[in-house]
Design a protein around this ligand. Sequence first.
Ligand SMILES: *Cc1c(COP(=O)(O)O)cnc(C)c1O
Length: 374
Amino acid sequence: MEPWQQQLSQSAVKIEDLPFIPESPEYRERLKKVGEIYPIRINSYFLNLIKGPNDPLWKQVVPTLEELDDYIEGETLLADPLNEEGDMPVPELVHRYPDRVLLMINNQCPIVCRFCTRKRKIGFPGVVTRDTLRQGIEYIRNNPEIRDVIMSGGDPLLVPDKELDRILSELRSIPHLEIIRIGTRVPGTLPSRITENLCSILKKYHPLYFNMHFNHPAEITPEVEKACAMLADIGIPLGSQTVLLKGVNDNSQTMKELMLKLLKNRVKPYYIYQADMTEGTDHFRTSVEKGLDILRDLMGHTSGMAVPYFVIDAPGGGGKVRLLPNSVVEHNKDEVVITNYEGKVFRYSQYNGGNGSSSKNSKSKHQDMCQLPA
Ligand SMILES: *Cc1c(COP(=O)(O)O)cnc(C)c1O
């Protein structure tokens, strides 16, 4: 058994294994119900990082009774808030956008996040099988408009080396597939999985991109830094995705620290997600304004490269929609009035055709181009 497999096999999966939970038998009995609905997993590496009850790592992985309350009362919340199941032409492959698909490689994770958008299927047996995977790869082969695949799950990196090698080589044999992306939480929560052997497999399949999941600066340990360096050294462009979570990272200082720590490790922040409206996760949701405030506190104040896109994955399956704090004060055919990060106001005069025509003459053209803010 490799060290990462050992750390996985020593996961907390039962109520008795959980760190820093109330002693009361009543509480534990009710918590058991939560565990029956939504599986528990905290691998031993991650377990060792938890410093106390309600610390930002504890909150992400230790179940609470709030998950049960949501499950009973949640009327607007859904098990599948993004309607992924509705966009599956074959099982466990989501084809939502014209030229790219999301393919579930498995449904196991190094830790089970309590706020997971796929809470409905993570950790249960028999969801992703050899057969669904075969059908998914076949679907990509038969649809030439697909030029980008996101290997997701679950976590694709929990698949054994040999199997991963086989899946990647099958995908690479599809001529129209230009890029392969791996969506993973492994480098940040089970860094021992990033071995020399895994790297020797991955580097055969370029162009290969990684989008890793990080939510808090405390996740970036020396072990994680080493794992990121190994991946960057074999030429994989590294990106990160973060979920905006109440009590975990919903303040500008924490987010800034996380983004800067990622950049230092050659990881480019890609997305911050507004939390999805998923059953059993309501207690993690913040207002949308919170995300915009965080973006406002990052933009201009630090490296532009440290500022990810802030998105809402539109409920019901509309896809990702990017939101920006408003920087346009006024916008008409003659000028655009904008504010910078310090709140100072600037005027930009619009180009009016350059052939001597006055703005009056070119009015209709410019009215088409300029939409006044509502
Ligand atoms: C997020 C997502 C993608 C990829 O979106 P990008 O904006 O290209 O990163 C593709 N398919 C599905 C279903 C997704 O949820």
